[in-house]
Design a protein around this ligand. Structure first.
Ligand code: LMR
Length: 336
């Protein structure tokens, strides 16, 4: 009798303790990305982690895996759909293989001149309706995050369009970027971000395009002798979360995630330009890469060659969407 009461007491204590432990186990959000911590996206991800963890008082733990530590470009989208990670912020150029080709509209060369024009699209109704398109893929689109305008680099000076002829240029997996490089006479090569440094070092590719923050933090300036400040295209991100995971969050925690997304978006988009400016200064200071500013005539020549890509890609990204963006930003291809 006595033994059985002791046993019962132990079982009850065990159940209570077990229950408490289960309650105390935090919900884990694995957030994977491919860039360095010291970039607009890397910092926004860290900021998001801090916001969520402090607001949820430890009920949610955000594990950020930068620098392709966990997954490379293509794998990370598969991992998100399978639920092996819960959050990502892939560049907008990387949604084509997922079947959401509209996102490649952001890759159209010279579509945006500055962040204000980008924000008219990403932070407004067009951006919202684009994020909704991800739902069908089991993904919830939470926000758009900036990096910035891209620059071109190679081991030879890039001044005129003719300078790109025959160069093997690394691109992200976007058909629009493929068309862009071909319009310059270059040979585009799709490659995961994590492999770019080595490919440039060993001559597998001759050059690449990226905003300064990525160029500098991946040490591309060590393996590229020439950089031209072309500002010829935009690179940004969609912050995304596995839909099933997100929908299954208790409502108070979901609100915490939403508020933290908003805060991290404001923070990341505020520092993006600064980070790119700092990276440019650091590349200049390194003395390893010549930084060239194209003349007005050179930039215009490039613009004329590249804006042709817009009409070539209408079918892929959707003519209506392109027109809506032109209307929002005031871009008029006929005015070149
Ligand atoms: C690239 O692959 O060049 C970029 O998309 C990497 C990134 O996430 O900024």
């Amino acid at each position: 009798m006595k033994t059985s009461w002791t046993l019962k007491a132990l079982l009850v204590a065990g159940a209570v303790f077990g229950g408490l432990t289960a309650m105390a186990d935090p919900i884990v959000i694995k957030f994977s990305h491919v860039v360095a911590i010291d970039t607009p996206k890397g910092q926004a991800a860290e900021y998001f982690k801090k916001q969520v963890e402090s607001r949820s008082k430890g009920r949610i733990k955000v594990e950020v895996y930068p620098n392709s530590q966990l997954f490379k470009d293509k794998e990370e989208l598969e991992a998100l759909q399978l639920g092996s990670v819960q959050m990502l912020a892939p560049s907008l150029a990387k949604f084509g293989p997922l079947g959401v080709k509209e996102f490649e509209v952001f890759d159209l060369p010279f579509l945006f001149d500055n962040y204000d024009e980008v924000h008219k699209v990403t932070q407004g109704p067009i951006g919202q309706s684009m994020l909704k398109k991800l739902e069908a893929k089991g993904i919830t689109g939470l926000a758009f995050w900036d990096n910035g305008l891209k620059q071109m680099s190679a081991n030879k000076p890039l001044h005129t369009v003719a300078d790109y002829k025959g160069l093997k240029m690394r691109i992200q997996a976007s058909k629009v970027l493929d068309a862009e490089m071909r319009a310059l006479g270059a040979n585009p090569q799709v490659m995961a971000f994590s492999e770019v440094y080595q490919a440039l070092q060993t001559g597998v590719v001759d050059g690449t395009e990226n905003p300064m923050s990525n160029f500098y933090t991946q040490k591309m300036h060590e393996v590229q002798k020439h950089l031209t400040l072309t500002n010829h295209g935009y690179l940004g991100y969609a912050l995304i979360i596995n839909k099933k995971f997100y929908d299954g969050l208790p409502s108070d925690l979901k609100s915490i995630v939403d508020v933290s997304v908003k805060q991290a978006t404001d923070f990341g988009n505020k520092i993006a330009k600064e980070e790119n400016d700092k990276a440019l200064a650091a590349v200049k200071a390194s003395g390893k890469t010549t930084v060239y500013v194209p003349t007005a005539a050179e930039r215009n020549e490039m613009k004329k060659a590249l804006v042709k890509v817009h009409s070539q890609m209408d079918d892929r990204v959707g003519l209506d969407l392109v027109k809506q963006i032109y209307k929002e930003t005031g871009f008029d291809p006929a005015k070149l």
